[in-house]
Design a protein around this ligand. Structure first.
Ligand code: DAV
Length: 372
């Protein structure tokens, strides 16, 4: 594969059923549970850990005590991990297609191609988690202000899809990119978040939605300025609730999982009656059981042990859940949610479960107020 020609965004995936379809798309995504009609599923082609990403280096240094300067010590992703993940993602996508759901896949990037801004240079990472770089809110599709330089240009993998959304009358909005200068990174291990930038910075996966109400986790992957920016574009059409003091790591989707109107699953290690976001106090709250831990390689985990909460609702009565999480599956079934148990064998070292590897483009239904 050439690494130095301008045309290194690799073409669409052969397995993309919508490859040659240029029809317009109207984004319609108001919550986490309405019946799914159209979705993106990530890919693992060309994935590699970006050793020169200084924000990721800061994260790892704060977590593990690795040096704050120099290349990150990260193993290569073995070929069998790539192959097995390809297989798992294709099975997941195939199951949804069998249900009549339209599935899109991103274009693979040339991750070895160095990318730079005025403030940094790095390799790229992967296209495994569309959830982190794009957010749908009603008829809007929003490119987020990602915190890792290696993911700064990842939304280009969705450019054809975004053009189709624009054509379909959806609102395509890109958040300003944070500078991510060296001084924007914390070096004080007493400080629990990776960044201290004044720029808006947030991964799209810091947000979950319930009609008129959105929940924004304040954490390493989402700062106050990012919340301010999101509120500025959604204005009085939405209530964007700040969720501080729950989890200082990444993303909201292993902490709070909205299952259907009136029912929320939460992480018992992070959420309690006091810090539960105010509107959710009106809902029934179920606490997740202990997670089953497992490993299919000796790669280090890239996320916490709570990835089982990162489940994906196909409709209010059907969830795709990690097949290993037997106790969680039982709990969901007790609450009248059927489960399609599937595997993402390498979800932990790759940092994403079924919610992370998806992005809802269209669900049936409109914007409701679930907290009246
Ligand atoms: O619990 O480490 C995993 C990231 C999910 N998007 C965690 C968050």
């Amino acid at each position: 594969m050439p690494h130095n020609t301008p045309d290194t965004i690799i073409g669409r995936q052969e397995n993309d059923p919508a490859s040659h379809d240029n029809s317009p798309i109207r984004v319609n995504a108001h919550n986490e549970w309405d019946p799914l009609e159209e979705v993106v599923v990530g890919i693992i082609d060309n994935a590699r850990f970006p050793r020169k990403d200084h924000v990721l280096r800061t994260d790892i240094a704060l977590e593990t005590g690795q040096p704050i300067h120099g290349d990150i010590e990260m193993p290569d992703i073995p070929e069998f991990v790539i192959e097995e993940t390809k297989e798992d993602l294709n099975i997941f996508a195939g199951e949804m297609e069998k249900m009549g759901i339209t599935v899109h896949r991103p274009d693979a990037m040339d991750t070895q191609r160095k990318v730079a801004s005025p403030y940094w240079e790095t390799e790229q990472f992967y296209n495994y988690c569309p959830r982190d770089v794009l957010m749908t809110v009603g008829d809007r599709i929003i490119e987020s202000a990602n915190i890792f330089p290696s993911r700064h240009f990842e939304a280009y993998s969705y450019r054809d899809l975004l053009l189709r959304c624009l054509e379909g009358g959806s609102r395509w909005i890109a958040a300003p990119k944070p500078r991510l200068r060296a001084v924007d990174c914390n070096t004080d291990s007493q400080v629990k978040t990776i960044l201290n930038t004044v720029d808006p910075a947030f991964d799209a996966a810091n947000v979950i939605k319930a009609g008129k109400d959105l929940f924004y986790l304040i954490s390493s992957s989402g700062n106050e300025a990012g919340l301010k920016w999101l509120r500025s574009i959604l204005r009085d059409e939405y209530r964007v609730h700040a969720c501080p003091g729950l989890y200082t790591g990444m993303h909201i989707d292993t902490t709070i999982t909205l299952l259907r109107p009136g029912l929320v699953l939460v992480n018992p290690e992070r959420v309690n009656e006091d810090n539960l976001p105010e509107p959710l106090k009106k809902w029934d709250v179920i606490y997740a059981p202990e997670m089953e831990e497992y490993a299919y390689s000796n790669l280090p985990p890239l996320c916490s042990a709570w990835l089982g909460l990162n489940l994906f609702m196909i409709n209010p009565g059907l969830a795709v859940v990690d097949a290993h999480q037997k106790a969680l599956i039982k709990l969901l079934e007790k609450h009248k949610i059927d489960v399609l148990p599937l595997r993402l064998r390498h979800g932990s070292p790759l940092g994403g479960g079924f919610h992370c590897v998806t992005l809802d483009i269209r669900r049936k239904g409109g914007k409701e107020d679930y907290f009246k």
